[in-house]
Design a protein around this ligand. Structure first.
Ligand code: NAD
Length: 477
């Protein structure tokens, strides 16, 4: 029986490992530290990597069925402990119960579905004379590095494809939300051969050591674009394979033919789900000028009905900001808006004396296109609502960003919706819906939103080395 409220330890080469140093983990709803997580030393990382490297030799030879069974066991254990995971997730991350449930059950679903995926041989030629086949061989030890916004789900998006394709893993969660991931490692200790799945916790330095580590073949990273660039630089020394899932500044474009009242809740949640601490959150809302006032009014009305509170409270729909540096960062966008005289249609005043890192849902009424709130990724509940008139112009504005993670277009005229959507440079474009993902659906960022993919065959191939074998069956010797 695993306790979810104490004994947070690492899993290294099949063993429970504490550390000489530890760091506090805070509940963002009250700013109080409630647990400590081990701060891994370099030697402990080395142990994890060498354990994973040793385990790779046999794990890579296991048939898919064995690896699928292990991932199904992971899903079953998460399901059996779902209530505990959800409570701990709310406590360390801040998200309300519904969000925690979505994340935990989403993780279980992903684990089971990715477990069924296969990298089949590709036979290019097979005659009496020759055979040419491309196989997909595992890479070795994969280093997984995750952020704090969806700590369990984004870990599973890495663990499941890495393990099913025959790699072993060393996973490092964000220092702000390490606890659920540590518990996942503990749960799997008896289910997997020692060394196949290691969980280490620590600060950003641990991430740096991983990216430079000669024993790690690939880094699967989710986080900020600027951190992603540092990961790439550091990984260059050993030419590691990389999957980088980075920041976004997703536009949503609303056509003039929509019903303002009906679309408002959808647009609201497109932007504010997970308290807008979401890579794919709508971060710029472009509303056609003919319906701008109506949509803004409906959004304001809807925003007033949404309950922001401690995620553990019944009825909470949005929780606090997850951590102190992020809170400071979001506050800075409020200051910038105030300094420049932008109008808040709703929200705008932060009560700094609140128990937790709470920020009210805020809409900024048509700020200039070159303002920071439009150009940057606040990663908090402050959304610029912008006017547009001309299709070509709104497409240009939507694409005028170094990011290219996602986008959405909303309207009744499906041809126009599709025409606009096709012109947006982004990894995922949703038309008349948003945030629809699936384990089989390729996900990844264009431009500075990332390199490589997660999910689908493209995601799985990122965990493999293509190995082409040709044979001349009729040698003349
Ligand atoms: P972050 O970049 O600060 O941290 C992410 C992880 O990287 C953490 O585990 C951190 O300890 C580690 N890290 C920090 N510095 C490192 C370094 N130099 N080398 C190696 N590892 C290092 O990001 P965050 O604040 O945790 O997450 C928010 C960001 O993540 C946002 O930009 C968001 O858009 C992005 N994100 C992207 C996706 C996606 O799929 N594209 C999904 C979720 C979040």
């Amino acid at each position: 029986m695993i306790e979810f409220d104490r004994d947070f330890v690492m899993t290294i080469n099949g063993r429970s490992v504490a550390s000489n140093n530890a760091f506090p983990v805070y509940n963002p709803a009250n700013r109080r530290a409630f647990a400590n997580a081990p701060d891994a030393s370099r030697e402990q990382l080395d142990d994890a990597v060498s354990g994973a490297a040793a385990a790779f030799e046999s794990w890579r030879k296991e048939p898919y069925a064995v690896r699928e069974k292990a991932l199904n066991a992971m899903a079953d254990l998460m399901e059996a402990n779902a209530a505990e995971f959800m409570a701990l997730l709310t406590r360390e991350q801040g998200k309300p119960k519904a969000g925690a449930e979505w994340e935990v059950f989403g993780s279980i679903h992903w684990c089971r579905e990715i477990a069924k995926q296969r990298l089949a041989d590709e036979i290019l030629e097979d005659t009496d004379a020759r055979r040419v086949v491309t196989r997909f061989a595992p890479l070795g030890v994969v280093g997984g590095i995750t952020p704090w916004n969806f700590p369990i789900l984004l870990a599973i998006w890495k663990i499941a494809p890495a393990l099913i394709s025959g790699n072993t893993m060393v996973l490092k969660p964000s220092p702000f939300t390490p606890l659920c991931t540590l518990k996942l490692g503990e749960l799997m200790r008896d289910e997997l051969p020692a060394g196949v799945f290691n969980v280490v916790s620590g600060g950003d330095d641990l991430g740096k050591w991983m990216t430079a580590h000669p024993g790690i073949s690939k880094i699967a990273f989710t986080g900020h674009t600027e951190t992603g660039k540092r990961v790439m630089q550091s990984s260059a020394g050993t030419l590691k394979r990389l999957t980088l899932e980075l920041g976004g500044n997703d536009p949503a474009i609303v056509l003039p033919d929509v019903d303002a009242k009906a679309v408002a809740p959808e647009l609201f949640w497109a932007a504010f789900q997970n308290n807008a601490q979401f890579c794919n959150a709508t971060k710029r809302l472009y509303v056609h000028e003919d319906i701008y006032d109506d949509v803004l009014k409906e959004l304001v009305e809807y925003a007033k009905t949404v309950k922001v509170s401690d995620g553990a409270e019944d009825g909470a729909q949005l929780g606090p900001i997850q951590n102190a540096p992020q809170y400071e960062k979001v506050m800075d966008y409020f200051e910038d808006c105030k300094k420049n005289g932008y109008r808040f249609a709703v929200g705008g005043d932060i009560d700094n004396s609140a128990q937790g890192w709470f920020i009210p849902v805020t809409l900024v009424d048509n700020p200039p296109e070159d303002s920071r709130i439009v150009q940057e990724e606040p990663f908090g509940p402050i959304l610029p609502v912008l006017k547009w008139r001309d299709d070509a112009d709104v497409v240009r504005r939507a694409n005028d960003t170094p990011y290219g993670l996602g986008a959405s277009v909303w309207g009744k005229d499906l041809e126009r919706v599709a025409r606009i959507g096709e012109q947006i440079d982004a990894g995922t474009v949703w038309l008349n819906e948003i945030h629809m993902y699936s384990p089989g659906q390729t996900f990844g960022g264009a431009k500075e939103s990332g390199i490589g993919y997660e999910n689908g065959v493209a995601g799985l191939k990122g965990y493999a080395q293509a190995k082409t074998i040709t044979i001349n069956k009729q040698p003349k010797f």
